[in-house]
Design a protein around this ligand. Structure first.
Ligand code: MSP
Length: 639
């Protein structure tokens, strides 16, 4: 029987559609799943959606939909996107699935039986967008969520609590005895610090809304969305309804997650499992963020990039290659279209594309499209073969440690050496000398064999490219890693020709995805010479929205400032302090739809918090706030 391998992504919040930042975890998990399948494992790859909680409820209300209908629509969009990105998950779990909800209740009962759940009063701070409880210390004077920078809410409720503090010592022991439990090391150390400071008990139910799994025996309470969500990792593989399947795949080999949700996975989740008497996952790997100009890609920051646009322009494999090669897994990395194009032109079109093209052209010319039988290898050939063998070993070591950048660098040394090998062996000269036919055949075979090994190694990252190269060298499709060793290519196969795999991107003709699309390169050059003009993406950093003024009042001791309460649709209600008191009577502003900059850092003016800015036109002494001439919903984006 095959060994099993269980890899998961976090389940995605369903309040908005996925962007390239959120797709990143799933793409990486797909690479891991494909790699392990090729390596002979029985892989279970899980992803899904996190559908309960206040934020989903609010998003559904904003769309005038029932939460279930809203979730059904969004879950469909996630599933569609993963299909388009050729993600090979074995299952898509939804936390509104009945089977999952039953598991959550069963799990909570186990924790209760173990004496780990008690009723108490929760009074503290809550961030709805992150669905996270915070302490006074965490939120500081500004009362801002340390994870997303948004305002937190004061919550006072009778809740059930999980005795998380009871597991502090057991977790410390786990971390000390098993340094690989959380990776990379610097993320593990962050968690160790929290543990050394001591964990507090965790509030695990809410009563202020109903959209969640009811607490067993006390349905006035719904279970905290994070506790509900974490249990997906076992409900989806059969706990407790199909224990055979559960025991086959659990414990998970790796939970892949982003760094901001490490605490939930590395501390709370193992403590929950200990409480329920279940084995712990083998590893939690917390990766960094994809950023644009250093800022996290996120829907609320308005810099979300639709992966589909990039895939349409550059191809799925090229985008995957770029993400895995350029962004060091574990670290933050800026998503840059320029760098993506550089990778395509240099690594894919030039290095790999040339090796394929030159090899095919020579096999056609010198051996009628048939891969020849090799004869004796000389010193140059032995150098190539030895490099290929070393590459295979290093590649596997790197991939097993999730060091994708290094794995690809290793493969590319072989690709480049393959091109150099052509220059060294000069097949075009050999082709003119009839007594060198055996030598020529050996060179041609070796080149085709390099291509086969390279395409097998890149298969988890670029599955379509790998299959295509296999077809070009006369094989059906990629095989598994049992054939990942030198010399397994059969002589006598007929090669198949086709157009270049990665045509070079000519920047003069190119239509950028994230820039002014119609702009030609020469126009772009002219623009860049004009120093005081900005790029469209610089403008795109400012998030502008329509806000409706709900309340306006003067601020005591200030002649200039008015305090406004503004409805910003899905962003909620915000207080903004504006310097317009000398131009407007407060009551005249009520109901006005204005233009608001929504992603400014919060500020305090005359002791009042201000989260954003109104736009206004100034004409001499006269000041007019900008409004819209047609009715637009609050929260509408301006672009
Ligand atoms: N619902 C929770 C997870 C519950 S798991 C039991 C959640 N969802 S999320 O939709 O906000 O995030 C899903 C994944 O996308 C996380 O791993 C998160 O780190 C990742 N990313 C979202 N934006 C990202 C970037 N800009 N860059 C990289 N990954 C990021 O958290």
């Amino acid at each position: 029987m095959k060994d099993t391998f269980y890899v998961t992504t976090p389940i995605y919040y369903i309040n908005s559609e996925p962007h390239i930042g959120s797709a990143y975890t799933t793409i990486v998990a797909d690479v891991v799943a494909r790699y392990k399948r090729l390596d002979g494992y029985d892989v279970f790859f899980l992803t899904g959606t996190d559908e309960h909680g206040q934020k989903v409820l609010q998003a559904a209300e904003a769309r005038n939909m029932s939460p279930q209908a809203f979730c059904d629509e969004l879950a469909g969009k996630f599933q569609k996107l993963w299909k388009e990105l050729k993600i090979t998950n074995n299952q898509f779990v939804r936390t509104t699935d009945e089977i999952h909800m039953n598991t959550v209740q069963h799990f909570i009962k186990k924790m209760k039986e173990n004496g780990d759940i008690y009723k108490g009063q929760y009074e503290g701070w809550y961030c709805v967008p992150c669905e996270t409880f915070w302490t006074e210390e965490d939120i500081g004077k500004e009362k801002i969520c340390p994870s997303c920078g948004r305002e937190v809410k004061r919550v006072k409720e009778e809740n059930y609590f999980f005795r998380l503090s009871k597991y502090n010592d057991a977790l410390l022991k786990l971390f000390r005895e098993n340094p690989n439990f959380v990776q990379p090391d610097f993320r593990r150390n962050e968690m160790l610090k929290i543990l050394e400071g001591g964990l507090r008990d965790l509030s695990i139910t809410r009563t202020s809304f109903k959209w969640g799994v009811p607490m067993p025996d006390d349905p006035e309470h719904v279970i905290y969305v994070w506790v509900d969500a974490l249990i997906n990792y076992i409900s989806a593989i059969g706990y407790p309804h199909d224990m055979e399947k559960f025991e086959k795949y659990w414990p998970a080999d790796v939970h892949l997650i982003g760094k901001e949700i490490n605490r939930f996975h590395s501390l709370i989740w193992p403590a929950m499992l200990m409480s329920a008497g279940l084995p712990l996952p083998k590893q939690v790997y917390a990766h960094g963020w994809l950023t644009v100009n250093g800022q996290k890609i996120s829907k609320s920051l308005g810099n979300a990039i639709d992966p589909r646009e990039f895939v349409k322009t550059y191809g799925n494999d090229a985008v995957r290659y770029y993400l895995l090669k350029d962004i060091q897994f574990g670290r933050d990395g800026d998503f840059s279209e320029e760098n993506l194009i550089t990778r395509i032109n240099a690594d894919l079109a030039n290095d790999l594309g040339n090796l394929l093209h030159r090899t095919q052209a020579m096999i056609k010319k010198f051996n009628d499209d048939i891969i020849p039988e090799p004869f004796e290898n000389d010193t140059v050939d032995k150098g190539l073969i030895s490099l290929a063998k070393k590459t295979v070993t290093a590649y596997k070591e790197y991939m097993d440690k999730l060091k994708f950048t290094q794995a690809l660098e290793t493969i590319w040394e072989l690709v480049k050496y393959g091109n150099k090998y052509i220059d060294l062996t000069e097949p075009w000269k050999l082709g003119k000398l009839p007594d060198k036919k055996e030598r020529l055949n050996t060179v041609l075979y070796n080149l085709a064999e390099v291509l086969r090994l390279v395409s097998l190694m890149i298969a988890p990252i670029m599955p379509d490219t790998a299959n295509e190269i296999f077809k070009r060298i006369g094989k059906q499709a990629v095989e598994n890693f049992e054939t990942l060793e030198w010399g397994r290519l059969e002589a006598g196969l007929s090669i198949v020709h086709g157009s270049p795999l990665f045509p070079r991107i000519d920047l003069k003709e190119h239509r950028w995805v994230s820039r002014v699309s119609e702009e030609s390169a020469s126009e772009k050059a002219e623009i860049e010479e004009t120093a005081n003009l900005i790029e469209i993406r610089d403008f795109a950093q400012v998030e502008l929205r329509i806000g409706k003024i709900l309340e306006a009042e003067k601020i005591k001791k200030s002649k200039k400032l008015l305090k406004l309460q503004i409805d910003l649709g899905d962003l909620g209600r915000r207080q903004i302090v504006a310097g317009i008191a000398q131009h407007y009577e407060p009551e005249k502003l009520i109901g006005l739809k204005v233009v608001v900059v929504t992603n400014l850092k919060p500020a305090r003016l005359m002791d009042e918090e201000s989260k954003g800015m109104l736009l206004a036109a100034k004409d001499g002494q006269k000041l007019t706030v900008l409004t819209v001439h047609r009715d637009v919903e609050p929260g509408a984006k301006i672009s």
